[in-house]
Design a protein around this ligand. Sequence first.
Ligand code: ATP
Ligand code: MG
Length: 724
Amino acid sequence: MDNMPASSLLQSLNEAQCKAVTTDNPRLLILAGAGSGKTRALVHRMAWYVQQKGLLPSEILAVTFTNKAAKEMQHRLSQLIQVDPRSLWVGTFHAIAHRLLRYHSQEANLPDNFQIIDSEDQLRLIKQIVKQQGFDEESMPAKKVSYFISRNKEEARRANQCVVTTHESQILQAIYQQYEAMCFRQGLLDFSELLLRAYDLWQQHPDILAHYQQRFKHVLVDEFQDTNTIQYLWLKQLIHTNNAITVVGDDDQSIYGWRGAKIENIHQFTQDYHNVEVVRLEQNYRSTKVILSAANQLISQNEGRLGKELWTESEGKEKIQVYGAFNENDEARFIVTQIQQALRQGHDAQDIAVLYRSNAQSRILEQLLRQYDIPYRVYGGMRFFERSEIKDALAYLRLVRHQADDPAFERVINTPPRGIGERTVEKIREIAQTQQISLWEAAAYYIETTKGSKAVAQLTQFLGMIESVRVAQQSYSLPRLLEFLYQQSGLLDYYQLQASEKSESKAENLQELLIACQQYQEQVEADPSAILTQFLSDCALEAGSEIGDQPSSVVQLMTLHSAKGLEFKTVFIAGLEEGLFPSRHSMQDKKKLEEERRLCYVGITRAMNRLTLSYALRRGYGSYSAPTRLSRFVQEIPSALLNKINVSEPAATQNIRVNTSTPKSNNPFAIGSWVSHAKFGEGMVLNQEGQGESLRIQIQFKQAGCKWLVLSYANLKPLDTLRN
Ligand code: ATP
Ligand code: MG
């Protein structure tokens, strides 16, 4: 570090990081393991180029993987140098492609008010086409078609460029073709289309490409190991002899192969560009020795790695806790009580994260966190903008903005119910199909050509209502417009007037959307005519997922995939069971299994000081529960690093064992026994504390949840053991 340049930008970096930040080589690859300061080096390099090389912040393009990471990057950058966030191009591939397409919609052959559709809308459209082609959902599931379309788009293939080898792929191609035409007609773009269209834009307009090649003097990409073909090709278009590219990656953290990401892009990069400088970082600054060795050991089981070994100075001898829960309720209870303890000891809630493999695992954790009054936030999963009532409201706004938006039309035509039956909607679809017009136009045609009926009257009213909101849009602010829409459509009333907890919360969410609109209107400097379009796009890209009334310090819940790049002092990883993590469909396939192992590596390396792994000996799937086996990933970590609680050895995990310190005896209320209670029904004994008169036992009831009862009062009846 002796020769470290005297700049405050370099003060907090090690030698290798300094090299990565300051090198003049315009082709740089930073290749390093988790927590080694790759992102830090990337951000400092951006600042270095502004401060020392005279670049304007607007001449830098930085691409990250999630909106959260993009925000974090902007934040870190603004702490180093003064930047106007509006001049910065920092975002996900999707967000940047979207920005380009908005600027150049005409050249990209898009209507001004083009709309981004999400996977649900996409499935809706596909289902329609599948039906029109004479197939049913069973012989041609919409999900299969959408997978086919996305994979092809990610490989930069349009419908007429698909590889067609079988009869089935011929059919899929034909549907893709129809889908392409339909989206084109309606000005709709799915997520993969954003990138493909941005790529085509540059391909077909060399003048526009040249402009951006001149403009972006330095392009930086974080999490490069997870780029897919179209993203790679898009970057390649942009890089020419006069601009620089820095990519940052870790082959051990490539976790999006299932979505078309290619680790090979790292190798490809060194081949496609001359004189690529590779900087390796080996010191980990994030985790304790124990956590890091566990991660290193685990990942060493994978073959064909580029091979990196990380070391850390961070002491911290606390072992990794492994908890073998009786079932998923017990697992959640354990995690939540541990969180409660940590909070009582003064830990900050936002430093605690619970990670899981599948979104569905969050439900039970959420339930318990609410019970314990612990504030939390779920990232991914059911995000605010994915909730059905919010999507309804947004679909209304979309239809107001762009009447040819068929998925929006379909979504709200009968929400709230207004007596327009499926038969009428089907007729409208038929008209739209035969005349190749939008559903909106088809509905107008239907009204004109059909003799008065109740449905026609309702339909007329519906179109009139949307039209009145469209007119209001010209003079109303965004929140006012939404309020007017709620009134006219009856959407808010529909939920407010139903007396169930669920609809009450839906009504609250709709109110929250109003607040979000209010905040959006205040924050964004957009021309009033453009604000609705911009708001809708931001919602679709989920850039706005931060909006709303969020408490600041909350426990973070998210899937392992969305935890990429983040770090927390305390981390729980739940559900370490064969079939769940690694997932069932990866277990027979070595490549997929290795990707799951990398995902586990990502999870473990999120933890700074404390890590807990848990699994349930039985897990419920719908109405039944099945025994499980401890994940191989836990077994690949040396035992010396683990502190096992209630963990059965692998061979014994088929049996129900809850607490090894209290083996089952003749006692009918021993842990693991089944009992019946007059009010709560049947349940299994999970735990016990106290003695004699005050002996309390904890029971997981099938229907009534988990309860502590005093044995001498509870009047429990013993049942056969080991029943379910
Ligand atoms: P991941 O692979 O998970 O994305 P990463 O390699 O990008 O990790 P960073 O997030 O940049 O790593 O850094 C990990 C942590 O280490 C951060 O808290 C960061 O502030 C800290 N850190 C990085 N470099 C140094 C350094 N030289 N001195 C002190 N702390 C550092
Ligand atoms: Mg990082």
